[in-house]
Design a protein around this ligand. Structure first.
Ligand SMILES: O=C(O)CCC(=O)C(=O)O
Ligand SMILES: [Fe+2]
Length: 351
């Protein structure tokens, strides 16, 4: 539960170190820090972000998530996300194919709905969210987007794109699938449950993920490795990662890496696990393809990977709908639909 004292992350499990990027320094244009961000984004695609200034907004948003997930299930199910590829809403779900029922529960709030409130753009939400849409959800969305735009503008520059290209593809006032997600998973009681994956291997759907978590459980499989390693949560440090769209726009220069969530290790397993994410995703109408017309650096990158397809033929909206639709149990037709939901088509053995 947010706010309770949690046992420390254990020292006897395999972890993968991440570079630490200081948001204040990258915002101020510090060359060395910007190079560190670039190194992280083009190798593993994950990094810690400190001094991001969003702690208060994140804490308040965790409270909204806790209030919402404390509502009776029948109430939350009125806002359930449905089977048609819609990501916003609430969900209690099974996302482990053919094994166990996942008991991760989450609530997603659309950036468009949060910023337009009380006007409804996509969906309506439970009362606990409406009550704090203007004073908590929208400030968290704005803070997360401020951070995102600083990072996107740095990538824009490094990729040799005309000024403002990436920011304009993620414009705050245009419709997109950007969303806040607050997730809860229950304490893990027995040995069998310790073995199970809570959120199966996947890459993220959008452009940039800004993640706040308290307990361990997030794992990455770094390129060239065949084993999972935990990412150790560090208080006051968010975890950022590159997602599919940005990887495609950049011709694969930016890395969207596979990750998953397993029960928290050691004594942490006995606690509810909460996580809070802001997913920045491109404007819905943007086609996911390498921006070869706009940057010779991206042209070169694409030429060097002739076996990879950077022309998805999908808009951002279609891409997301495919992923979300195929992760819904009612739409599952077999292994292909499962694979189509994960973004792991090229690493099919990672579970
Ligand atoms: O809860 C976490 O630590 C990560 C969640 C995640 O990977 C996701 O929601 O895409
Ligand atoms: Fe993820």
């Amino acid at each position: 539960m947010p706010g309770t004292t949690l046992p420390p992350f254990p020292d006897d499990v395999r972890t993968h170190p991440l570079l630490i990027v200081d948001f204040e320094l990258i915002k101020a244009g510090d060359r060395e820090e910007i190079d560190r961000l670039w190194e992280a984004a083009t190798t593993l695609g994950f990094w810690y972000l400190k001094n991001h200034g969003a702690d208060q907004e994140a804490n308040d948003m965790f409270d909204v998530g806790a209030e919402t997930l404390a509502l009776p299930l029948e109430e939350r199910l009125k806002f359930e996300q449905g089977d048609n590829g819609q990501s916003f809403g609430s969900q209690q779900t099974d996302i482990n194919p053919g094994k166990f029922l996942d008991n991760i529960e989450f609530i997603n709030v659309s950036k468009d709905d949060a910023l337009a409130y009380p006007r409804v753009v996509h969906l309506t939400y439970p009362s606990t969210i409406n009550a704090r849409m203007e004073n908590t959800v929208a400030p968290f969305v704005r803070k997360s987007l401020d951070v995102t735009y600083v990072v996107l503008n740095i990538f824009n520059d490094k990729l040799g794109l005309p000024e403002g290209t990436l920011e304009s593809m993620h414009a705050m006032d245009e419709h997109s699938a950007c969303e806040v997600r607050c997730t809860r998973s229950p304490p893990v009681q027995d040995k069998e449950a310790m073995e199970r994956v809570m959120l199966a291997a996947h890459t993220d759907f959008g452009s940039l993920t800004f993640l706040h978590n308290r307990l361990g459980g997030l794992q990455v499989m770094p390129p060239g490795h065949d084993e999972w390693s935990y990412i150790r949560p560090i208080p006051g440090h968010a975890i950022c990662n590159i997602a599919d769209a940005l990887s495609i726009f950049s011709g694969g220069i930016l890395q969207s890496n596979i990750h998953r969530v397993v029960p928290p290790p050691g004594a942490q397993a006995g606690y509810e696990r909460w996580s809070l994410v802001f997913f920045t995703r491109p404007t819905s109408s943007k086609v996911l393809r390498a921006l070869v017309e706009s940057s010779p650096i991206i042209v070169d990158a694409v030429k060097k990977q002739p076996d990879k397809n950077f022309e998805s033929g999908s808009t951002a909206a279609e891409w997301l709908a495919r992923r979300v639709r195929n992760q819904r149990i009612n739409n599952r037709r077999g292994p292909d639909t499962w694979t189509a939901s994960r973004g792991t088509e090229h690493t099919p053995t990672a579970a």
